[in-house]
Design a protein around this ligand. Structure first.
Ligand SMILES: [Zn+2]
Length: 155
């Protein structure tokens, strides 16, 4: 595996300096997701306003570079979108990530750095985790992280 191909500069930059990497204090929606094959785990927080627009999208957690970069890119992309737009975009991203032959629609062009992982099927789940967790948050399926004193504290 040529790691240079996965860890493109864009992904590396997002991993080192993730956007919106914090917990929203009073989120309207929140969900937790885990990718057992890699050990990635993240929580996604949403702040939806009365108009049904995503005012803020943030995340916390620990994961590999791909997982974190994907979440960082996702929060930037979804901010300011309506629920319907955001849900449609997330579903499209997941579809394209899971299908090496699918083309990325033009309006999702800013997400193309993520699509390199499609060459590495083992890592696709790292990239999809944030988006799956976002959809769970939208549907209000929180799935609390394990709160265990010996391994991790509940964020
Ligand atoms: Zn991972």
């Amino acid at each position: 595996m040529n790691t240079l191909e996965i860890y493109q500069e864009v992904l590396l930059a997002h991993n080192e300096n993730p956007n919106n990497f914090y917990a929203i204090e009073h989120p309207t929606n929140k969900a937790y997701g885990v990718n057992p094959t890699c050990g990635d785990e993240i929580s996604v927080y949403l702040l939806l306003n009365k108009e049904g627009t995503l005012e803020t999208v943030s995340f916390t957690g620990q994961g590999c570079a791909i997982c974190k970069a994907s979440a960082s890119i996702m929060t930037l992309h979804l901010q300011g979108k309506t629920i319907a737009q955001a849900e449609a975009d997330a579903n499209q991203v997941l579809q394209v990530l899971n299908d090496p032959n699918a083309a990325l629609p033009n309006h999702l062009d800013e997400l193309k750095a993520l699509m390199g992982v499609r060459k590495f099927p083992m890592r696709v789940k790292c990239a999809t985790l944030a988006w799956h967790t976002f959809l769970k948050a939208l549907r209000n399926e929180p799935t609390e992280p394990p709160n265990c004193c010996c391994c991790r504290s509940n964020p």
